[in-house]
Design a protein around this ligand. Structure first.
Ligand code: ADP
Ligand code: MG
Length: 333
C-alpha cells in the first residue's frame, strides 16, 4: 500500500515562505506528477514527503499513519534523483544490491531481487559493468533498480530525465510509464516539463509559488484549466490570450484559444492577420500571425501549410473550445 496525504503542509527557509500550506491526497498506485516552473517548490515538496526536509507546519500521512517526524529511512519511500548518485567503484550489481546489503538481507534473496530488477530494467547484460561504462539512460535505470529492490510504498522521482538528451528522454519516459504499469506502486514524479506531465501522469498537480493551482487528469487540465496560469502552462504551443474589446464581446476580461483550435483560411474568417513567421515541423505547421487589433497569435495546423511572410490570412476560433477568464485570471465556466 502507498497512499500519501498532505495536510496543511508548509515550509519556510530562514523566514522565507516557500510553501504557504497545501493539502493533497494521493491514492495507492497513482502516478502523480508535480509540475511547475523552476523555483516553484516542487523539489522542496518532494523532499518534505521523503523526510529529507522538516516541515514548518502541517502533517504528512503515509497509509494513514502520521510520518511527519519519522526519519527518511523509516518512511519506506525510494527517491530517484536527476544526478544518479551511483557508487562509481561498484558494479551495476553492487549498486543495485547496496540498499539490501545495508539492510542485512541474506545473499540468496539479494541475488534474486537484484536479478529480478535487472531483468525488469533490461540491465541483465550489464550487471558486471561499472557506472562509467554505461550510457546516461542505463545509469538512470541502475538508480531506478536500486529504488525497486527496496520495494518501497512509493517512488519519488525528482526530474530524473533532465540529464538525458531529447531522444533518450522520450524512451525513458515510456520505460518509467511501463514500470508503473507493471509494479502498480505509487509514483510521485517532479518535472518542469509539461509534456512529461501530460504523457505520464494519472494526476497532475500544477504548482506555482508553492501553491497548488489545480489538480486533475492531463485531459481535465487541458480541457478545463482553472485559471490563466494553468491554461498557459499546459499545452504546446502555448494558449493564446486575448484581452480588450475582443474579450469583452465574450463577457470576459480575457479569452484564451489554443493554437490547434484556430481554423486558417486565405480568404475568409473571424480575424484578419498577416503571417509573421512559419515553423515547419513536417507533421505540423506553426504559424505566428499578426492580427490587427488583437496582436500576435500562434496557430497550429496539421501537415504542411505554405504561407509567404506578410501574406494575408484569416483565423476563425472554434467557439466551443474558447476559454474565458475574469480579471483575476480565474476561468469563467
Ligand atoms: P523547484 O524544484 O520547483 O525548482 P525548489 O523546491 O528547489 O524549486 O525551491 C523552491 C524555493 O525554495 C526556491 O526559491 C529556492 O531558492 C528555495 N529553497 C530551496 N531549498 C532551500 C534551502 N535549503 N534554503 C533556502 N532556500 C531554499
Ligand atoms: Mg527542483
Amino acid at each position: 500500500m502507498g497512499s500519501i496525504a498532505l495536510e496543511s503542509v508548509s515550509k519556510e527557509f530562514g523566514g522565507i515562505t516557500v510553501i504557504p500550506g497545501l493539502d493533497l491526497a494521493i491514492s495507492d498506485g497513482e502516478f502523480v506528477v508535480f509540475v511547475g516552473p523552476s523555483g516553484c517548490g516542487k523539489s522542496t515538496l518532494l523532499r518534505l514527503i521523503a523526510g529529507l526536509e522538516d516541515t514548518s507546519g502541517g502533517r504528512i500521512l503515509i497509509d494513514g499513519a502520521d510520518m511527519t517526524r519519522t526519519p527518511p529511512s523509516q518512511r519506506q519511500l525510494s527517491m530517484v534523483f536527476q544526478s544518479y548518485a551511483l557508487y562509481p567503484h561498484m558494479s551495476v550489481y553492487g549498486n543495485i544490491a547496496f540498499p539490501l546489503r545495508m539492510a542485512g538481507r541474506d545473499k540468496a534473496s539479494i541475488d534474486r531481487k537484484v536479478r529480478d530488477a535487472a531483468a525488469t530494467l533490461n540491465l541483465t547484460d550489464y550487471l558486471e559493468r561499472k557506472p562509467r561504462q554505461l550510457s546516461g539512460g542505463q545509469r538512470q535505470r541502475v538508480a531506478i533498480g536500486r529504488a525497486i529492490v527496496r520495494e518501497p510504498k512509493a517512488f519519488l522521482f525528482d526530474e530524473p530525465l533532465s540529464n538525458l538528451d531529447a531522444a533518450l528522454r522520450v524512451n525513458m519516459r515510456l520505460e518509467i510509464s511501463e514500470l508503473h504499469q507493471s509494479l502498480k506502486t505509487t509514483m510521485i514524479y517532479v518535472t518542469h516539463d509539461q509534456v512529461e506531465a501530460m504523457t505520464m501522469a494519472d494526476k497532475i498537480v500544477v504548482l506555482n509559488k508553492g501553491n497548488i493551482e489545480q489538480v486533475g487528469s492531463p485531459l481535465d487540465l487541458y480541457r478545463a484549466p482553472a485559471n490563466r496560469f494553468v491554461a498557459g502552462f499546459i499545452g504546446s504551443p502555448r494558449m493564446n490570450f486575448i484581452d480588450g474589446a475582443e474579450a469583452q464581446k465574450h463577457g470576459a476580461a480575457a479569452i484564451g484559444v489554443r493554437p490547434e483550435h484556430l481554423h486558417l483560411s486565405p480568404t475568409e474568417g473571424s480575424w484578419r492577420g498577416k503571417v509573421d513567421l512559419s515553423e515547419h515541423l513536417g507533421s505540423d505547421t506553426f504559424l505566428h500571425i499578426d492580427v490587427s487589433g488583437i496582436g500576435r497569435i500562434t496557430a497550429r495546423t496539421t501537415g504542411e501549410f505554405s504561407a509567404e511572410r506578410g501574406a494575408p490570412i484569416f483565423l476563425t476560433p472554434d467557439q466551443t473550445k474558447l476559454h474565458r477568464f475574469d480579471v483575476t485570471g480565474k476561468a469563467i465556466p
